[in-house]
Design a protein around this ligand. Structure first.
Ligand SMILES: [Zn+2]
Length: 381
């Protein structure tokens, strides 16, 4: 049985160990050591990474009670080992932060943490009840106060029969020795993970999102180094938005609202202008062949133009686009089913599309002269 150094001292980054076994090949050697500081995936916390005897460790898992280091190369004998400390310390910050947050939310609502995931970018915690946004911010506030109080994170191994004296959170029934993590009055929870020695090391706990999930909610947390990285990213984005809007960073939301209003007004004005322009364009159309071309390549423009022609002449055909990219078309009829004619357009002009008795829309890939020929040929209608 491998000696678990991470339970003796969670701050061990480098250590010497003996290789008990090394099996596998290629990039996946499964290495067992006589002792290890590598934490194996469990309790929502990812397995440690690092190096063993110069071979890269990509993951650490527990299988049939053994701690297996997944190594990219073979190792043997006495080896120097080093864990990826940035990754591990982040996980200690995140794990401790999650305890504080879940414990405080539990005390405020009675809801349990029923799912916990430490992802690459964030921590998510699922609770079995819906949480009011005001409770969420109160939880966040109290969580950070617990962090700043810099109180010890204690590990307790209750003796036989003593466990019943503790009122602790636990996700599942535990067989054998129970390991409790106590964080002052904020939380008491059964856990096998690694945590910081003091709450101050967590840095900061920020709830960035909450969504309905199953019978409750899923809350996304940014904790410790990840919270700082998130702040840096948001700050950079805010600065860019601020510069392009010529607004102070604290006033960008108002500036965007104003910009949106302005855009909506301009869209409406453009729509009005377009309708006037299309009406003028249709004025000059040949009543014998109510067909117009437009170069926007927009299917909606083709529909508006064809409808405008049909209002005047009973029927209307519009093609929008260019010879190189093809045309979007619309055929509108006020007197009779136009769908058969739509099929003819598709067949003759290498097109596709369909519609209802009064309107057919689609696209063709044929040049303008060919389209004109189709409409002016005696057998086309
Ligand atoms: Zn834990």
């Amino acid at each position: 049985m491998t000696e678990k150094l991470f339970y003796k001292d969670q701050y061990i980054r480098r250590f010497k160990a003996s290789v008990i076994s090394c099996e596998g090949g290629g990039k996946n050697f499964e290495v067992i050591l006589d002792k290890t500081a590598f934490y194996p995936e469990g309790g929502g916390q990812p397995g440690d990474r690092g190096f063993i005897g110069g071979a890269k460790v990509t993951d650490t898992i527990e299988k049939n009670g053994e701690i297996i280091h997944i190594c990219a190369g073979a190792v043997s004998g006495e080896v120097e080992c080093e864990i990826d400390w940035d990754f591990r310390f982040l996980n200690m910050q995140r794990h401790t932060g999650e305890h504080i947050f879940s414990g405080i939310l539990h005390s405020l609502t009675g809801f349990d943490n029923v799912g916990f995931h430490m992802g690459e970018d964030a921590v998510t915690v699922d609770f079995n009840g819906s949480v009011d946004p005001s409770i969420l911010s109160e939880t966040e506030k109290r969580s950070n106060e617990t962090v700043w109080a810099n109180i010890p994170v204690e590990t307790i191994y209750p003796a036989d029969g003593e466990l019943k004296n503790y009122d602790y959170r636990s996700k599942k029934e535990i067989n054998g020795q129970v390991r409790l993590i106590r964080i002052g009055g904020a939380d008491l929870c059964a856990c096998c993970g690694t945590h910081t020695a003091f709450t101050g090391e967590v840095g900061v706990i920020k709830a960035v999102a909450m969504m309905n999930y199953k019978q409750g909610v899923r809350i996304t947390l940014k904790i410790g180094a990840q919270a700082l990285a998130d702040y840096a990213e948001k700050n950079e984005n805010a600065a860019r938005i601020s510069a392009s809007l010529c607004a102070k960073t604290g006033e960008t939301a108002d500036a965007v609202e104003k910009l949106k209003e302005k855009l909506e007004k301009e869209h409406f004005a453009l729509y009005e202008l377009k309708n006037k322009y299309f009406a003028l364009k249709c004025e000059g159309a040949d009543p014998g062949l109510p067909l117009v071309f437009d170069d926007s390549g927009n299917a909606d423009d083709a529909r508006l133009l064809a409808s405008c022609l049909a209002e005047k002449f009973g029927r209307g055909f519009a093609f929008s686009g260019c010879d190189a990219d093809g045309y979007k078309y619309a055929a509108v009829s006020k007197d009779g089913d136009i769908r058969e004619f739509g099929k003819k357009i598709n067949a003759a002009l290498n097109g596709r599309g369909g519609g209802k008795p009064d309107i057919v829309m689609g696209s063709v890939s044929a040049p303008k002269p060919e389209i004109l020929r189709f409409f002016t040929a005696p057998d086309s209608d």
